[in-house]
Design a protein around this ligand. Structure first.
Ligand SMILES: NC(=O)c1ccc[n+]([C@@H]2O[C@H](COP(=O)([O-])OP(=O)(O)OC[C@H]3O[C@@H](n4cnc5c(N)ncnc54)[C@H](O)[C@@H]3O)[C@@H](O)[C@H]2O)c1
Length: 322
């Protein structure tokens, strides 16, 4: 099977591609290698994927409909995992326009080209951030998500709504996956685990927003990958072929306890600067994963201590080599 993975040089796109290639699928990857964070890290992910003969990398900016559409047509692609986006809640406060471009205009190109080329299943990344200030935990897919508190969340909610209309009108099979705080090796340098690990090792202060009282449903990246793969060949067959699923671990942990696990693994204490709640940040996430579990037997496996340990082992070996 041939699968298009957008954002293949990104954290999750890399892991999805790697898994699919290991399982002998053909992966057509797209990424524009933008400079939101260290491009060297993106290039080293591509280097790993390029060891597989069945990997075909295309440095394309998805803002170009023609480039995207001709690749999908030429390669006769029928399955798409769309992970390219401008991620990050805090960055969207200062830079809403880049989210408008990469999360909305690009998303239109993706659904339009999927429709034109009769794609059999389009899976795309949404986020737990769409739940905003909902506080009936665990959060399930029937909660109201009409009141996003960040522009990032607003763009992801819009993706879900736009895709639903294409599923209804053109019968395009689509699935939105609401990822809950994903972490693991080759992780993003703008996320807590990476920043905390780096600063502790370099004896620098770490910033603990909301004084560490945030609660997050931290989900190890291989669990996200297995969830995606479990539904790839299972688009909804109803009159409206559209689904939304949470994909998380199904547990919530305080950020300060997450930090403690990092300190334990590193054998070193952090220098902490406690800060108030950041605008746009939600206080707690905790996913109800029963819907995806029923649909595809999704079952997260990696607990936080093991996951953190795997990340730190990767971090130490990756940056020692540099
Ligand atoms: N990591 C998480 O915890 C998390 C949580 C919820 C949702 N998500 C979503 O999951 C997806 C993947 O996230 P990630 O953590 O891997 O982020 P990432 O930033 O590591 O990966 C995104 C990749 O997309 C590429 N990209 C962005 N705009 C592009 C464009 N116009 N054309 C081509 N390539 C482009 C970037 O260069 C990057 O390599 C995103 O949609 C993100 O919003 C992630």
């Amino acid at each position: 099977m041939k699968i298009l993975v957008t954002g293949c040089a990104g954290f999750i796109g890399f892991h999805v591609s790697n898994y699919l290639l290991k399982s002998k699928h053909n992966v057509i990857g797209i990424d524009n290698l933008n400079t939101y964070y260290d491009v060297k890290l993106k290039k080293s992910r591509i280097k790993v994927l390029s060891k597989y003969k069945k990997f075909n990398f295309n440095k394309i900016d998805l803002i170009s409909y023609n480039k995207l559409n001709s690749l999908i047509k030429k390669q006769n692609i029928k399955y798409i995992v769309h992970l390219a986006a401008q991620a990050g809640v805090r960055y969207s406060i200062e830079n809403p326009k880049t989210y408008f471009k990469n999360n909305l205009e690009v998303f239109f190109n993706i659904i339009e080209s999927s429709k034109t080329n009769k794609v059999k299943h389009l899976i795309f990344a949404s986020t737990s951030s769409v739940y905003g200030e909902n506080n009936n935990f665990p959060l399930n897919e029937n909660n109201n998500t009409d009141r996003p508190i960040s522009f990032y969340a607003a763009t992801k909610k819009s993706n879900e709504v736009l895709a639903h209309s294409y599923s209804y009108i053109y019968k395009l099979p689509c699935t939105a996956l609401r990822f809950f705080t994903v972490y693991g090796p080759y992780g993003r340098p703008d996320m807590a685990l990476f920043k905390f690990t780096k600063n502790i090792l370099e004896n620098k202060k770490i910033e603990l927003f909301n004084r560490g009282n945030h609660e997050r449903d931290f989900t190890y990246v291989s669990d996200i990958v297995s969830g995606i793969v479990s539904i790839l060949k299972k688009p909804k067959k109803n009159i409206i072929p559209f689904n939304i699923f949470n994909i998380g671990r199904g547990n919530s942990k305080k950020l300060k306890d997450y930090l403690q696990s990092i300190e334990k693994k590193l054998g070193k204490k952090a220098i902490v600067k406690k800060l108030p709640l950041q605008l746009g940040d939600i206080k707690k996430t905790h996913s109800d994963i029963s819907s995806l579990s029923k649909y595809s037997n999704y079952q997260p496996e990696i607990n936080i201590d093991i996951g953190i340990s795997k990340f730190i082992d990767w971090y130490l070996s990756y940056y020692k080599k540099k």
